[in-house]
Design a protein around this ligand. Structure first.
Ligand code: ATP
Length: 393
């Protein structure tokens, strides 16, 4: 049962016509009516093979326009592939575009009935679960207003509330977490963790590597319509972030991953060293310091992680875990300085990462890395020295 394949895609391709102007569109329609292929197709998905088993959680990452939503829509049955096969085994609940499946003129309550019945629930079942759904959506009296007057966050709340009560075999969500406010994000995230704990299967598309790492066991990196990498979520998100870092470095030499308007680590130093590798003896004193840009002017959270050369995590912490507030420097910049007085890592090569997060410590925006070489001689094995002594018995 656990090994049961719930989603299988084989050689899935999706093409869209490229024509934009009026006459181009007419030509496209004429070609379709004549049963001919598009003249100048745009390949949104290229030969995608994918398998998701029961109980797996797969994150989709990729740049804007890479094809993630098209892939999710193809799996949800909203988009028909141009070629290839899609096999789905189980009840699917999909939270795709905002309000998809909702009728704008109906009230929230009417839409809940509509959406839940489309997902296969009978009237009695819906009535029995209605209070739970409304409690999850938590939009108060707006529930009896037409949803055309809802904010995007309220629409997502309603959509997610229906999904929670239907308890699908496969839950497909496209950037839902990005739309809700902080408390709703936490609620959704907690619900998804529960759902996965109970054996649910999740497909999550997000630009938040934090959420992908937190919620997904596997990840697929979609690049120009094809799967560029597939594997353990943390390994895939790491490669994807490195790719972005390299791309930005190419575009703006000397500048790390930063963008006006986004939280970003502006500098990261190991014992005051900014860019080159730091060599430090075992049990030496390490100070990780730097600055973080916060577009909203609120003190951001910084997370610091230690990673082995093969990418596996050794240790991570964030300023909010310790209740530490970053020092304001002015100009939306905030400084941090983390001391590790007695670094217990065994000799070897490591990466120290600084991640910029929002004030709530919920969304992770970027990552800057520095190399650290721990020097020394020892015959101990592993990654770090555990404090120990031998007892005389
Ligand atoms: N109905 C359509 N007609 C024509 N082109 C489309 C259509 N839907 C999607 N595309 C194109 O297919 C490509 C992939 O779009 P898709 O929405 O899947 O990307 P995405 O990875 O989800 O991007 P984002 O992160 O920006 O949401 C884009 O170039 C988009 O313009």
């Amino acid at each position: 049962m656990a090994d049961e394949v719930l989603i299988r895609l084989r050689g899935v391709c999706k093409q869209y016509p490229m024509e934009t102007g009026g006459s181009g569109r007419l030509r496209t329609i004429a070609r379709l009516l004549a049963g001919r292929a598009y003249a100048n197709p745009f390949h949104a998905l290229r030969d995608v093979d994918l398998e998701v088993r029961r109980g797996e959680s797969l994150g989709l990452v990729g740049a804007n326009g890479a094809g993630k939503s098209t892939l999710l829509k193809t799996i949800a049955g909203v988009v028909r592939p141009s070629s290839g096969s899609v096999y789905i085994n189980g009840r699917v609940s999909a939270l795709l575009e905002l309000g998809a499946g909702f009728h704008p003129e109906y009230t929230g309550r009417q839409n809940v009935f509509l959406a839940a019945s489309l997902m296969g629930l009978g009237d009695d079942e819906i009535r029995a679960r209605l209070d739970d759904m409304l409690a999850f959506a938590d939009i108060g009296e707006h529930i009896d207003q037409p949803i055309k007057h809802y904010s995007s966050g309220m629409v997502v709340r309603l959509g997610f509330a229906v999904a929670t009560c239907v308890r699908p075999d496969i839950l497909i969500t496209d950037e839902v977490l990005a739309v809700g406010d902080e408390s709703f994000q936490r609620k959704c995230s907690a619900w998804m963790e529960d759902y996965l704990g109970e054996g649910g299967t999740l497909l999550l598309c997000s630009h938040s590597m934090f959420h992908i790492d937190k919620l997904c066991s596997k990840a697929a990196w979609v690049h120009e319509g094809a799967i560029r990498a597939y594997g353990e979520a943390q390994a895939v998100t790491r490669d994807y972030l490195c790719w972005h870092e390299a791309r930005l470095a190419q575009a703006r030499p000397g500048v790390g991953m930063q963008a006006a308007g986004l939280h970003a680590v502006r500098s990261l130093r190991l014992n005051g060293v900014d860019d080159s590798e730091l060599a430090l003896p075992m049990h030496g004193r390490l100070v990780v310091s730097g600055t973080v840009f916060a577009p909203d002017g609120r003190p951001p959270v910084v997370a610091v992680g230690f990673v082995r050369a093969d990418g596996s995590s050794i240790y991570g912490l964030s300023s909010d875990m310790d209740g530490h507030v970053l020092r304001a420097l002015g100009g939306n910049l905030f400084a941090f300085s983390l001391e590790i007085p007695d670094l217990p890592l065994l000799p070897g090569r490591y990466t120290v990462r600084g991640h910029a997060m929002d004030a709530e410590g919920l969304r992770l925006f970027d990552e800057v890395s520095r190399s650290l070489v721990v020097t020394g001689q020892t015959r101990e094995m592993g990654l770090c020295r555990l404090p120990h002594r031998w007892l005389e018995e």
